[in-house]
Design a protein around this ligand. Structure first.
Ligand code: SF4
Length: 262
């Protein structure tokens, strides 16, 4: 049984079908009360099903709740769940300009299947402008800067006016993600962050996809276990870690979106 801590001064859930106002630019501040709520709720929800976690965050934050997705298998599972809980949830994709065509096609599939229009959020410069500015593709020499410019900065702008966001990360994906709480304060973006699939395994995700016929990126069937931008993603080899194909050849393991409290 999940205890819902009553909200303070934040809009509550609106039933599907009702129009939502565009969020203003008011920022959520971490008060002692909110910090205590986050901690209590995270502990309460740690054994809960992902759907219960999503129902909590939708009820708690309403139209101030958003989700970022790169259309990975975990994100597709959450989109499927959200389509049954509240399909008016705002969802966006960080369109770096370097995504695989297969990834972008999933946006149309999500709209067709679930009626969810995923908004594409882009950097201020096109890929061509960006590469001209840096004398060539920055992902070859400084992927941290490239991710910062084309993902982190874009996300910071995309979440203005929102108070909570969902990530699709799992604790067993990597050591960096092993201790992610179900509900946390995301210092980098001043948002409450929920990770409804934190306790799920890769097998849980793929079983859900199979059981519910959830659409997924066809590149997964070609050995691409974790898919980001095409220049920084390769298929993995037998025995490799599922994220070994990301930024292969660099020490980098995260794009900076989920290593937030630094
Ligand atoms: Fe740039 Fe690669 Fe990061 Fe995409 S994943 S933003 S191409 S460095």
């Amino acid at each position: 049984m999940v205890t819902i801590v009553q909200p303070h001064a934040i809009r509550m859930y609106q039933p599907p079908g009702e129009e939502r106002p565009i969020p203003g630019d008011n920022k959520l501040t971490l008060t002692a009360e909110l910090e205590a709520e986050i901690k209590a709720q995270s502990e309460e929800l740690d054994g809960a099903k992902p759907e219960e976690i999503l129902r909590w965050v939708v009820g708690r934050f309403g139209d101030k709740f958003t989700m970022a997705t790169a259309f990975g298998p975990e994100g597709m599972v959450i989109l499927h769940m959200l389509s049954e809980i509240d399909r008016k949830t705002h969802v966006f994709n960080l369109d770096t300009g370097y995504q695989f065509p297969e990834t972008l096609k999933l946006r149309d599939e999500v709209a067709r299947r679930y009626g969810i229009e995923v908004e594409l959020k882009r950097a201020a410069t096109s890929v061509e402008e960006y590469e001209n500015l840096h004398g060539g593709p920055l992902y070859r020499t400084n992927p941290d800067q490239c991710c910062f410019d084309r993902k982190v900065t874009v996300l910071k702008n995309a979440v203005v006016g929102f108070h909570a966001w969902a990530s699709a990360i799992r604790r067993d994906q990597s050591p960096d993600r092993a201790n992610v709480p179900i509900v946390a304060w995301d210092k980098k973006f001043s948002l409450v962050k929920v990770s409804p699939l934190a306790n799920w395994s890769k097998q849980d995700v793929w079983k859900f996809i199979s059981d519910h016929d959830v659409p997924y990126n066809p590149l997964h069937d070609q050995g691409y276990t974790s898919i980001g931008c095409w220049p920084c993603t390769r298929a993995i080899l037998a025995g490799e870690d599922e994220r070994a194909g990301r930024w292969s050849g660099f020490a980098k393991t995260e794009c900076g979106l989920h290593s937030l409290d630094k």
